[in-house]
Design a protein around this ligand. Sequence first.
Ligand code: MG
Length: 386
Amino acid sequence: MKKIALLGSTGSIGQQTLDIVANNPELFSVEVLTANNNVDLLIAQAIKFQPNVVVISNEEKYLRVKEALTPYPIKVYAGCEAIAQVVEMGTIDTVVTAMVGFSGLLPTIRAIKAGKQIALANKETLVVAGDLITRLAIAHRVEILPIDSEHSAIFQCLMGEAETSVEKIILTCSGGPFHGKTAEQIENVTVREALNHPNWEMGAKITIDSATLMNKGFEVIEAKWLFGLKPEQIEVVIHPQSIIHSMVQFCDGSIKAQLGLPDMRLPIQFALGYPVRIQNELPRFNFLDCPTFSFTAPDTKKFRNLALSYEALYKGGNLACVLNAANEVTVKAFLNEQISFTEIAKINELAMENIPYISQPELNDYLETDKAARIFAEEIILKKTH
Ligand code: MG
């Protein structure tokens, strides 16, 4: 029985993780649930799964959660520091990091230091501070199991292979809803259009990131850290069918791919069950339903965020942290209709040009960089809207 702390239980990945737990009660139990704001769903999940501890990040909502769970033997805490603390509980085997953005960094660090296995859905943690996280994971002999579908695919392709035999990896990308559109068309897309992803059902932040190719850019950075690759070993190819989840090319020219229907429950279940594959009743892919697979190169002129990610990867230091922080601000501003779709990448790029570069950042530098980049992006947006 694996005991799980699920950080971000009310989001898309969090809910699907609980589906897997509910379908496999003999394999998994929930020790901890945490959520940011969605009190009603958190309460319902706590009543259903009976964890030991529930944490609501927004402290103003503590009393509502506490009152609702009074009849049950569930401890209730509030605040970010509480989230970072509960991951250290002795009863936890695996921490699933399914929260959004920079907020994943500190709890993930604490969980690694406490020796917990990490099932990583919060890719921003590796984007912001991949060097720090991978160093810590090695020092504490902690496994980081990717939940991101592309990285789960690569992880599966690498099983049984020597690290030195990898020539390159090929991350597949659906292209998002605006693949093939002209620059003028992209200029004027609406929030509603950007939220309408062709293949994947996901939360709002990652859906916008998929439309701008920021998500793919972050995945390039995530792959570097997870698999110890050089930037030139990571390639992105547009595959609009989203059936091949990614590929590895080996030193003999042989290529392995992992395929399946685009359903996040597959990589989540793989990470939770690892090293064992768990039988399930999810729909199966049939090749005859999808006779054509197509592949094209991504357009990094139209989708600048992907180019910015490679720049951050080649230059290193705190640049990816700047990009992530600016992007969290710009995506929020786009969702609030304060800036246009193409301004997301423009402001991200300005932040990368203007925030002081630090070549070998430590944790405190990352925290400072994150703050500075947010303020920088917010000020540009404020000037634009006034
Ligand atoms: Mg992905």
